[in-house]
Write a protein that binds this ligand. Structure first.
Ligand code: NAD
Length: 353
């Protein structure tokens, strides 16, 4: 039986992960594949319990697991710790790096019944169906960083190797081949040397995918185009920090960050988590939207276990619940039937039947 390590983490992480587990168990109820769920500590919860954001036991369990489901980490309680010890750097970035999860995949597809939840006009967002592939273990977030004293200063370093660019760009092309065959590589090649190198490698990889239409776009223009005409995009591939920013922007096309799932892959292993953080402002109130985490569970079935039908069953069940007018508060408008976190999880389980 495949092992799934569940790492709820902090804040709303502890409220949304049980809903995803509930839905995964329900969709596999009569299936020959069953998942065995184990639990571990990460982030602030791990700091409080064992003094370290990524305990050795968690890393060992993650290395042994077939897939990982993560909630979210961080919160004001741990914000004053030195950066390397904090939940984000010491927990989340550390586990991504240790497992070599270099590819972060975030699908952004508008559901017809959520068009009204977007802050953008209906005609702008109604046909959005794109995927962002973000490089996850290189670039500015992992480069050498430090402080100087004379003058008082700080620096971060942006380094990319050929291999790091090649493997994510290749995945971009492979993803495009299965979709509308359009790949947009986002960089800042007018200013950054690392971006010019990114573009060079991308053009080399492109020779193996003549059927894919490749375009390049500067990141500032990409941000603008994502709100101007998002339907022009099929697959976007980009480096770590640009991807971090663009995926949050893209999430709002769908009305709420609470709808955006993600898969972080290294080929053989996957870590699945919602795109949002631990939302301390709403934690503990049973009002967080669990759908991004439930959708991340669907991605797990698709990418880690090859259970495409079951992944689609979850996606369709969510659509049915939304179609019936049920919403968590982040998506609700007057007249909608508002559900709490647990109740939304239950509604998805019901819709699976
Ligand atoms: P956030 O994503 O936690 O919250 C941003 C806003 O979106 C908040 O108003 C929040 O209430 C809302 N929101 C987020 N998820 C929601 C959901 N499922 N349902 C309804 N509303 C939701 O980002 P932030 O406030 O910038 O960061 C809070 C903490 O989370 C920080 O400690 C940050 O470092 C951490 N963080 C962690 C991750 C991660 O674990 N992957 C990602 C981003 C931020």
């Amino acid at each position: 039986m495949p092992n799934v390590l569940v790492l709820p983490g902090d804040g709303i992480g502890v409220e949304i992960t049980p809903e995803a587990v509930k839905v995964l168990e329900a969709v596999l109820k009569d299936h020959s594949t069953k998942l065995n769920f184990e639990y571990g500590l990460i982030g602030g919860a791990a700091i409080d319990e064992v003094g370290k954001a990524l305990p050795d036991a968690t890393l060992a369990a993650a290395q042994a697991a077939d897939a990982i489901l993560l909630g979210s980490v961080g919160g004001p309680k741990w914000d004053t710790l030195p950066a390397p010890q904090r939940p984000e750097l010491g927990g989340l970035l550390a586990i991504r790096k240790a497992l070599g999860l270099f590819a972060n995949i975030r699908p952004v597809k508008m559901l017809p019944m959520l068009v009204e939840a977007s802050t953008l006009r209906t005609e702008v967002v109604k046909n959005v169906d794109l995927v962002v592939l973000r490089e996850l273990t290189g670039g500015l977030y992992f480069g050498e960083k430090g402080r100087g004293t004379n003058p008082r200063s700080a620096f971060d370093t942006l380094v990319y190797t050929e291999e790091e660019i090649k493997r994510i760009v290749e995945l971009g092309f492979q993803t495009a081949v299965k979709r509308r065959k359009k790949l947009c590589s986002v960089d800042k090649a007018n200013v950054l040397e690392s971006s010019r190198f990114w573009r060079e490698i991308t053009l080399e990889v492109a020779k193996n995918y003549p059927e894919v239409e490749l375009t390049h776009m500067y990141v500032d223009n990409a941000a603008m185009q994502l709100v101007r005409l998002p339907e022009q995009f099929d697959v976007i591939v980009t480096e770590n920090m640009f991807g971090d920013i663009l995926t949050d922007l893209a999430s709002m096309l769908m009305g709420s960050i609470g709808m955006i799932s993600s898969a972080s892959l290294n080929g053989s292993k996957g870590l699945y988590e919602p795109a949002h953080g631990s939302a301390p402002d709403i934690a503990g109130k049973n009002i967080a939207n669990p759908l991004a985490t439930i959708l991340s569970g669907a991605l797990m079935l698709r990418y880690s276990f090859g259970l495409e039908d079951e992944a689609q069953k979850i996606e369709r069940a969510i659509e049915r619940v939304l179609q019936e007018g049920y919403r968590t508060p982040d998506l609700a408008k007057p007249g909608d039937k508002v559900l709490g976190t647990r109740e939304m999880g239950n509604a998805v389980v019901e819709a699976l039947k």
